[in-house]
Ligand binder design. Structure first.
Ligand code: KIV
Ligand code: ZN
Length: 505
């Protein structure tokens, strides 16, 4: 048995399918670049046939990524496989990932196919895909509610047709760790030609067992695991990459020496990036990356940790790249100190990006006495968001609000390249943010719906940076806007304009 476990990340495909987690092309490329830094083995970049936008993002990810294999999902149909291949063909290492359901309930009600037809279709799809590229993954959808012997028959047929990876998905999150282990052991012993393929697992979290099921499968001999950053994915999500990887790393001996090539120090940044881009925060108590994951509250714990960290800590925040919260910079700090600190935090920015971030830092340093690492991360995040076309720019705003009055807001915007500005005033029973959004809608001359709005303190202290994420809809188009500022109303307006600019683009 090989001890090397390959990490197949599906944040951009299964993760993106979860409600509220859709990403635009620019955001997907940012996530893909971070997945490369994490050193994942496979990036599932999307489902190429799903829409022209999906096709474009899979092919752009394929062009960007240099080290990982890039996969596209496809149903077991020729037109899907054509689209998948045309999207991933630019990759240094392309993979086509085709799937077909094998459980009685799916075959009877969804596919309306007999067992023989399923075996034939699965093998035909793999053979067709094999004409395009050598690396073919086949997934038996709903495998954990499929008959084991039938599953072994399907997998034997697809190996004969050229499949190199056999994925065993617990599509509806139904399995238990013992059952997963049982299936993997059975398949290893009963698939004809298994020595030519790798066994993969893909676990959903409907009963909260996705990570446990994944780990049990590794113990039973699976050598590829499919997971997502922060565990995002259909319904209750997929196995979370950070939890699965840190289990393997912390309990290496227990898992028979199994190891993966993930750069652990990139885990925290990857989690933060996906939270920022999707606007979906993780719970403070979430293992590994939650705000409280390394916080020791009880006095007896704090005492123990101060005496010897291993009394209560089985891993350290530094292991996953959580920066020390050193308050190092202020308004007198120079460019050199700023560049050094960002490099220490793991950012690799171009000179132009650093120039822009430094300009923002100076503006912030005029408002805040001390700039923490969290502030710096927010400064970089603001800059990254602004790499989008800024068709509508905020020139100024004035709000008037109080306890027993209806809030009013005057918003002035600059549009496109024009030097001229346009201004509107509106009231809003919901307060100054509501009034500002209405004023902007007057200027846009159209109705934009706010589907969700959230605000949080991105840093600490009474002069903390507020980060606003607002989900907007215009007709059937959706966009997520985000922005940060020490002024909560300004952050709210900028986030709205960020979303509007994405809709406009
Ligand atoms: O959950 C599932 O079955 C899937 C497959 C398409 C791999 O996402
Ligand atoms: Zn899935």
């Amino acid at each position: 048995m090989s001890n090397r476990i390959k990490i197949f990340d599906t944040t951009l495909r299964d993760g993106e399918q979860s409600p509220g987690c859709s990403m635009n092309l620019h955001e997907k490329l940012e996530v893909a670049a971070q997945l490369e830094k994490l050193n994942v083995d496979v990036i599932e970049a999307g489902f190429a046939i799903a829409s022209p936008g999906d096709f474009e993002s899979v092919s752009e990810v394929a062009k960007l990524v240099k080290n990982a294999t890039v996969a596209s999902l496809s149903r077991a149909m020729e037109k899907d496989i054509d689209a998948a291949y045309n999207a991933v063909k630019h990759a240094v290492s392309p993979r086509i990932h085709t799937f077909l359901a094998t459980s009685p309930i799916h075959m009877q009600y969804k596919l309306k196919m007999s067992e023989d037809e399923v075996v034939e279709r699965a093998a035909a799809a793999v053979a067709y895909a094999k004409k395009y590229c050598s690396d073919i993954e086949f997934s038996a959808e709903d495998a954990l509610r499929s008959d084991k012997a039938f599953l072994a028959r399907v997998f034997s047929a697809v190996i004969a047709a050229g499949a190199t990876v056999l994925n065993v998905p617990d599509t509806v999150g139904y399995s238990t760790p013992e059952e997963m282990a049982d299936y993997i052991t059975y398949l290893k012993n009963n698939i004809i030609g298994i020595e030519k393929a790798e066994i993969s697992v893909h676990c959903h979290n409907d009963l909260g067992l996705a990570v446990a099921n994944t780990l049990a499968s590794v113990k039973a001999g699976a050598t590829q695991i499919e997971c997502t950053i922060n565990g995002i994915g259909e319904r209750a999500g997929n196995a979370s990459l950070e939890e699965t990887v840190m289990n393997l790393n912390t309990r290496k001996a227990y898992y028979g020496g199994a190891y993966c090539n993930i750069d652990l120090k990139q885990i925290y940044r990857a989690s933060k990036l996906v939270q920022r881009i999707t606007g979906v925060p993780v719970a403070p108590s979430k293992a590994i990356v939650g705000d409280n994951a390394f916080a020791h509250e009880a006095g007896i714990h704090q005492h123990g940790v101060l005496e010897n960290r291993s009394t209560y800590e089985i891993m350290t925040p530094q292991d996953i790249g959580i920066p020390h919260n050193k308050m190092v910079l202020g308004k007198h700090s120079g460019r050199h100190a700023f560049d050094d600190r960002l490099a220490e935090l793991g950012y690799r920015l171009t000179k132009d990006e650093l120039d822009e971030a430094f300009a923002r830092f100076k503006i912030l340093a005029d408002k805040k006495k001390v700039i923490s690492d969290g502030d710096l991360e927010a400064v970089v995040a603001m800059k990254l968001d602004e790499s989008l076309v800024q068709h509508y720019k905020l020139d100024n705003f004035v709000v008037n609000s109080g306890k027993n009055i209806t809030a009013t807001s005057t918003v002035r915007l600059q549009v496109g390249d024009s030097e001229e500005t346009i201004e509107a005033v509106s009231s809003g029973e919901g307060g100054p943010v509501h009034a500002s959004y209405r004023a902007i809608n007057i200027l846009l001359g159209e109705r934009i719906e706010v589907e969700d709005y959230s605000i949080r303190a991105a840093t600490e202290g009474e002069d903390a940076i507020a980060e606003v994420v607002v989900k907007l809809r215009r007709g059937d188009k959706k966009a997520t806007g985000r922005a940060s500022s020490t002024d909560t109303i300004e952050a709210s307006i900028l986030a709205y304009l960020n979303g509007v600019n994405k809709l406009w683009a």
